[in-house]
Design a protein around this ligand. Structure first.
Ligand SMILES: Cc1ncc(COP(=O)(O)O)c(C=O)c1O
Length: 391
């Protein structure tokens, strides 16, 4: 068996709209909650469950090779081929807890987050700050101010800034942060940089060399089209050398492959960020789903995916302009996520009209989050605006 035989065959770009297992007649604009399931990944997942009836037919060594193959795929597609920098963990919260556990934080120091940041990248810092007597500072933009300017201002005016921990775009409405400006400012302030890219990895490129982050975290189930329960943690060279995991699973230790652990010696970690590999990730089901999503994205190309999603949200913005609803647009949104800023007195009606027409989206912040997938057409985006305008 070739090592990558387990990965489902990707679908060509021309057939992308048929690649998804979404029910017909739906307009799926909730890719920021759950990535749409690829049919090939769904079939491979069913096969993986079937195969569990005879687990001995998948030898442990072959399973470990699947782990490495999946890690290579993710590293090649998303992290410039830095295979040794990547660990597999069950959730973004787990990866962020690993970062919070390792980064130095003294009494009186500050951790900078975005206002209304996703809780997995907030709660752990609140807890850690409470433990050591540090404080969480939230960057909240003034009216008309960009998220980037709000963050830069807080970096400037916060003494003893120890950690800056941010996304690439806001999970409510896709407003972008300019990490090319924020990262150097964080470093100049002497702060560590942690990035939760759960809402952008797979669409927006990662610039490790320019940003020099300490840790980068992302779920695997939204824009990476993989399963829940398998998230990615990239660690900088320092932390893959010095970092300590929050659990001590045998899979992150070197002798695990021959299974010799003795009470008189603590075995060395596996190389690179594998020291942070969590228990439970050696799971044929999640591995095949993660690898299938990544292989599909590699086949399509990330810039082509971002371009196509950007055409969809641009079509939405243009249709809003055409209907005199420019105020409903979100300025500075990412290509793949935007927010429909429906006035409060019309929000219920618009949400109900969307539900009635099978436009799948969710309320976030004070509006509706629209995060299209590649099954959606430009015509559908225009139709979405017509439905909203007449609700
Ligand atoms: C920005 C962001 N981070 C993380 C997550 C998920 O985190 P976890 O894997 O801890 O549930 C989400 C889910 O919506 C998110 O939007």
């Amino acid at each position: 068996m070739r090592p990558d035989d387990f990965i489902p065959t990707p679908v060509d770009w021309a057939r992308r709209q048929a690649a998804f297992a979404l029910p017909p007649g739906t307009c799926y604009l909730d890719g920021a909650s759950d990535g749409p399931r690829l049919s090939g990944v769904q079939a491979a997942a069913h096969a993986a469950i079937e195969a569990e009836a005879a687990p001995w037919q998948l030898p442990h060594a072959a399973l470990l090779e699947r782990v490495e193959q999946t890690r290579r795929l993710a590293a090649g597609l998303l992290f410039g081929g830095d295979v040794d920098g990547l660990a597999m963990v069950p959730s973004a919260a787990y990866g962020l807890a690993t970062a919070a556990h390792n980064l130095p934080l003294q009494r009186g120091a500050a951790v900078l987050v975005l206002a209304d940041q996703f809780p997995s990248n907030l709660l752990v810092w609140q807890q850690r700050c409470a433990q050591v007597g540090a404080r969480v500072i939230a960057a909240r933009p003034a009216s008309g101010q960009s998220l980037t300017d709000a963050v830069l201002a807080r970096i400037q005016d916060t003494p003893r800034l120890a950690v800056v921990t941010l996304p690439h775009c806001h999970w409510h409405d896709g407003r972008l942060l300019d990490l090319d400006r924020i990262a150097p400012a964080a470093h100049a302030a002497g702060a560590a940089l942690v990035l939760d890219l759960s809402q952008s990895l797979g669409v927006l490129p990662v610039a490790l060399a320019r940003w020099q982050p300490d840790f980068v975290i992302s779920v695997g189930y939204k824009w990476l089209l993989g399963p829940k329960g398998l998230a990615w943690l990239w660690a900088s060279p320092r932390w893959r050398r010095e970092g300590v995991p929050i659990e001590h699973h045998w899979g992150a230790r070197d002798p695990a492959q021959v299974w010799t652990f003795t009470s008189d010696a603590l075995p060395p970690f596996m190389p690179g960020a594998r020291r942070f590999d969590a228990g439970g990730i050696v799971d044929p089901l999640r591995l095949v789903m993660a690898a299938g999503g990544l292989a599909q994205l590699r086949h399509w190309g990330l810039s082509r995916v971002a371009g196509a999603l950007g055409e969809l949200t641009s079509a939405l913005d243009a249709a809003l302009d055409a209907h005199g609803l420019s105020a409903w647009k979100t300025p500075g949104h990412a290509p793949h996520i935007t927010g429909l800023r429906v006035p409060a007195d019309r929000l219920d009606a618009v949400a109900a009209a969307f539900a009635a027409q099978q436009v799948i989206c969710i309320r976030r912040g004070s509006g509706l989050r629209l995060a299209p997938c590649l099954r959606v057409s430009v015509e559908q985006m225009v139709r979405v605006v017509e439905i909203a305008a007449s609700a």
